[in-house]
Design a protein. Sequence first.
Length: 559
Amino acid sequence: MYRQLKTMEIPAQVEWITRHLVGIETVNGTEGEAKIADTLKGILQSFPYFQENPHLVWEQAVPNDSVGRKNIFALVKGQCASNKTIIFHSHIDTVGIEDFGHLKSNALNPDVLEAFFKTYEIDKEVQADAQSGYWLFGRGSVDMKSGAAVHLANVLYFTEHLEGLSGNILLMFNPDEESQHKGVLSAISELKRLQDELGLAYVSAINDDFITPLYDGDPHRYIYTGAAGKVLPSFYIYGRESHVGDTLSSLDPNFIAAEITRRIHNNMDLAENIEGELTLPPTCLQQRDNKEFYTVQTATSSYLYFNYFLYESTPKEVLEKLTAIAKEACLDAQYHFYKQYQAFLSRTGLPGKELSWYVEVTNLADFMKELQDKGIPVFETARKVQQANTEMEARELCFRIVEELQNLDPEKKPRVIIFFAPPYLLHNYLNEGNERDASLLRSIEKVLTITEQETGEKFALKKFFPYLADGSFLSLHETNEELSALLHNLPEWESIYPVPVDCIRQLNIPSINIGVYGKDGHKWTERVYKPYTFHVLPELIRKATIEMLEQEEGVLLAV
């Protein structure tokens, strides 16, 4: 590979590598993720620096992975002896290609797609972009094979310009960003090993996940000095079933689920209000009952979960807010059920039954304690369910555990049990009151100012990368108390979704996103903008790297 690259200028290198990587199908959860890891390792091993230092390129297997996914690492040591290290990282998986429809067979062929979109009059913006010649199409073009290509080209540059590197570059390619983040989660232990064994002091991590216009005509290139977090608050709703001929005596969990969804889904009052930042409200990702086939019995339980972004809020605060909302929803449902039942009795003249419409709202930790106080083996039950269903989808498994615990309740009373399901992504951001973080901010602002003057680009510096990214797992802001609200309410988290929180807290690596620029990530019209991504961005990242390392000159970072 080096033979093809060595005669090219950096923009040509980035485009060539991008096209090569786009041509490899790497849909999340498939063997393609392992294949591209091998390809990336092979590219690195072709560089003269790594041929002279073969031990500085290596792989780390993702534990117990059914398709053999792996993390790829490469270390470039600057000429001056220093432990200061900048991490370059990118994810190497993509979403699927089904959305390409009749173009599915060419989803990885930028030239065929460009030719098609040149005549695609249904979307004039896409057509104009294709006709301009400034955009490269294809699945993964912007999310984020071009990001991996930028980092590769820059690593090659630094291996040939060690004299300008006052520290080290650690390159890291991770799989599974589009799903469970198993790649970066397993890489945490490797980062800690390198810190302990080689004494690496991590100044910052630079991700180059894609950025995009936030509104029509948006001229900005956004740089993010942190990442939004995410929790998946989940509601197991146990009602009172009945025959449809006696439905007014039932306590329908689907109705309660609808009341909860109405109060939470896209509710901007639940979106954090942070000046200058793009913050999003919670979104319902699943709402269904437990019936697997048709019967004339009403459902006994319903499952409901939400995507809930975290910026500055904590899981503890989210749990408190949603508990209050669920209680309000249950009170309204209680009144509705009672009123309809009384109307039925009035209309029919039938005698009423003694029925309670009360629905208890609790969280999983409190519910488990309640059962435990009754002598019920809750932890043993949860563990048995997990061990018996290791292949089950993680969120479904969490609901199965909660359902089995509910089945152990001798009272069988209607209730809403609130818990968290995976994934959990940590939020992180630079704190201007911290001298290290303030120094990084100054470095970034200086480089952006210089690049604006040299290129005419218009940058906007933001606090939170508005989408989900692997950089979330590199530092931790919550206290143990704030985090306990999450971990105590995530069933069997140490086996279902083990997040190495202690290790992350010890590493505490600032996460910065200086991303490739494009449009329509996760859409069949996905495309990357070549003039910025291939020409401006590589040099911007190099300048930021050099500046951040020099700002830390002589400083041993505390861990």
